[in-house]
Design a protein around this ligand. Structure first.
Ligand code: SF4
Length: 251
């Protein structure tokens, strides 16, 4: 409710009270009210404190929260019937790196958070090795927001149904770099059927969908932490990929 609405309502209640009491209207000081702070006007409230950056950050927070709310209500593909919790993603606004995996696993499904459990801890250690973390400079999400049963690959139909959420997250977050974890994420983001062995370790340009004029975002892919847990031989090439990203981050 706006301050003006509150002032009008208070005047109406005072007048009604006077009439019911003895029929005489009494003069009184007009109380001072403030607008309610909502998601919609939070940005304007912060802007009033004097910062364009604050305005932009508040708008981004509101937009990411709105996308997450839509994900939680989404029933656009059959995975909605099988999920415990959808996993919209988490991290900072305006991340240095957007980390994209394929889809939630069982622990992510139970907790509603991306990359938790053993593979998630390994991802956190991989990111920490190049000075990245979901708490300070990354946002972590998946191409598909609900868990495919038995951890199977998401189907093309499920990926297509979910694609707009990630595209919108990228437009709002505007990451400086994108790091794809594993084959599915790399193939989906690059719209290719090439294997991860050929896609990893090379920088590509990712251009956000239907965002005409939006600058391309450098994207690099590496092996998924789950793959590293299954095959220790993949750790060295994954480390080489991370070092390439680190070199770009330091320029
Ligand atoms: Fe909706 Fe994506 Fe979940 Fe399918 S996977 S129900 S499209 S949020």
């Amino acid at each position: 409710m706006t301050a003006e609405d509150k002032t009008r309502l208070a005047a109406l209640l005072d007048t009604a009270g006077d009439f019911l009491r003895d029929g005489h209207w009494r003069e009184r000081e007009t109380p001072v009210f403030e607008d309610d702070v909502t998601v919609d006007n939070a940005a304007q409230t912060i802007a009033g404190d004097g910062g364009g950056d604050s305005l932009e950050a508040a708008a981004a927070i509101a937009a990411i929260a709105a996308i997450a709310a839509e994900v939680r209500e989404c029933r656009a593909c059959g995975l909605c019937d099988l999920r415990i919790l959808p996993v919209p993603g988490e991290g900072v606004q305006r991340p240095l790196v957007l980390v994209v995996g394929e889809a939630p696993g069982s622990e992510e499904d139970e907790r509603g958070k991306p990359f938790v459990g053993v593979a998630g801890h390994l991802l956190d250690r991989m990111l920490a090795s190049i000075n990245l973390s979901r708490e300070t400079n990354c946002f972590i999400t998946n191409t598909v927001k609900c868990r495919p049963p038995g951890n199977r690959d998401p189907s093309p139909e499920e990926t297509e149904a979910c694609a707009s959420f990630l595209a919108r997250q990228i437009r709002v977050l505007r990451p400086a770099y994108i790091l794809c974890m594993g084959r599915i994420a790399a193939q989906t983001m690059l719209r290719t059927s090439e294997g991860i062995g050929r896609l990893r370790g090379t920088f590509f340009d990712y251009t956000p969908d239907s965002a005409a004029g939006a600058p391309a975002i450098p994207l690099i892919a590496t092996y998924h932490p789950s793959a590293l847990l299954r095959d220790a031989n993949l750790k060295r090439p994954a480390w080489e990929d991370l070092k390439k990203l680190l070199a770009r981050l330091q320029t």
